[in-house]
Design a protein around this ligand. Structure first.
Ligand code: NAP
Ligand code: ZN
Length: 365
């Protein structure tokens, strides 16, 4: 056995985690840029808690609340200009994956004044100012990953920024998710689930990453039942938040795999929410495994006996109705297979025909 393992983010998982651990902010800097989406952070109490915690430890903050879903590089540049103009020395991302990912990119732009939208993708590893994260969805695991997924309108795609920014601290308090609408709860939970699956069935999986994967999959046995019954109680909210972070810790080691790479054009061109874009492709992706040994272990961790049982569950939760032509499928598939980096995380050889088949069987009923 051999593996490398590092997870530098300190996790505070508790009710009132932000206020109980306010001293942590003092280690990050003296003036914060808080990065949020347009409205949810103010409604669910997360922004108030962070502002109160900062004020109680004597730290000033500036708010940038303009991050859209699937954050664009333009918004990231705008946020970083606000941070630079106000001489902030750390960033706090509050929200779903979009504001958390944007906060990591903004922290890179602030630390490196010569970086801009046009040259960011040609850079080697850059340093950032410190980042803290407060998730208000249970899905992306961005609070414990180094990834920042951004929308490049120039390249007409979503892509990883290519930098490594692990938040220094992540504050997990599921109360911020209590009023998350059912549809966003499902879409984001499916994202967390696909991280656990793709991280587990991954060329880069290790003994350590599998520990997180199996624990997260076990939690999904409970979470799927609650999602189907629409019983979104506190126990569910806590467990799905934990499963999401376990998935994040796992994919920080392994990366994701085929559904994530194939899902990006479905989000960019068809507007499908990120979790659903991956979720709709999952069953056909799983069916393409020739060696099913690890797949069977994954189903066992989920408490299921076969793939058909998982298919039945996902059919109840993943409802996608988009129009897509054979030409579009061919275009997305060709673009996907041309990126060898995306294919190498899948442990078996895949051809253009395999990718076309996954898209077609998943999307054209
Ligand atoms: P999101 O795009 O951050 O947010 C989706 C919607 O949910 C927004 O309208 C947001 O409103 C709302 N919302 C957030 N928290 C809420 C709450 N507690 N109550 C009510 N509404 C709430 O969604 P997401 O699925 O969490 O993040 C998706 C992004 O993360 C994608 O760009 C994806 O590519 C990326 N991602 C990153 C990683 C990673 O490792 N870094 C992994 C997977 C996915 P507001 O706009 O008002 O806040
Ligand atoms: Zn994802």
């Amino acid at each position: 056995m051999n593996f490398k393992y590092a997870m530098p983010t300190k996790i505070y998982f508790d009710e009132d985690a932000v206020l109980k651990n306010k001293e942590v902010f003092k280690n990050l800097g003296s003036k914060a840029l808080i990065v949020t989406g347009r409205s949810s952070a103010k409604k669910n109490g997360s922004y108030n808690d962070v502002a109160k915690a900062l004020s109680e430890v004597g730290i000033e903050h500036i708010l940038f609340d303009e991050v859209e879903e699937n954050p664009s590089l333009e918004t990231i540049e705008k946020g970083s200009n606000v941070g630079k103009a106000n001489n902030v020395d750390f960033v706090i991302g509050i929200g779903g994956g979009s504001p958390m990912d944007a906060s990591k990119a903004i922290a890179i732009f602030i630390k490196n004044p010569k970086i801009n939208i046009d040259n960011i993708f040609s850079q080697k590893q850059l340093e950032s100012i410190p980042v803290a994260a407060v998730p208000t969805t249970s899905g992306t695991g961005s609070e414990v990953t180094q990834y920042s997924i951004v929308t490049s309108n120039k390249e007409k795609t979503k892509k990883n920024l290519g930098q490594f920014v692990f938040p220094t601290a992540a504050f997990l308090d599921s109360k911020y998710t209590f009023d998350l609408p059912y549809n966003i709860t499902v879409n984001t939970a499916i994202d967390a689930f696909t991280h656990l699956v793709e991280g587990y069935l991954n060329s880069n999986s290790t003994y350590m990453s599998d520990i997180y994967g199996e624990k997260g999959l076990e939690l999904f046995n409970f979470c799927f039942k609650k999602l189907i019954k629409k019983e979104l109680d506190t126990e569910f909210r806590n467990k799905v938040m934990l499963a999401s972070s376990l998935g994040g810790i796992q994919i920080a080691q392994t990366g994701t795999s085929l559904p994530h790479g194939m899902g990006y054009p479905l989000t960019y061109f068809k507007g499908l929410p990120h979790g659903l874009a991956n979720g709709v492709l999952t069953i056909e992706y799983l069916k393409c495994f020739k060696d099913t040994t690890k797949l069977e272990k994954m189903l066992k961790a989920l408490g299921l006996s076969n793939l058909e049982e998982l298919e039945t569950i996902l059919k109840q939760l993943v409802n996608v109705d988009i129009q897509i032509t054979d030409e579009e499928i061919l275009e997305y598939s060709k673009s996907f297979v041309s990126n060898k980096n995306k294919l190498k995380n899948h442990p078996e050889e895949v051809t253009l025909e395999d990718i076309i088949r996954i898209y077609t069987k998943s999307l054209k009923k």
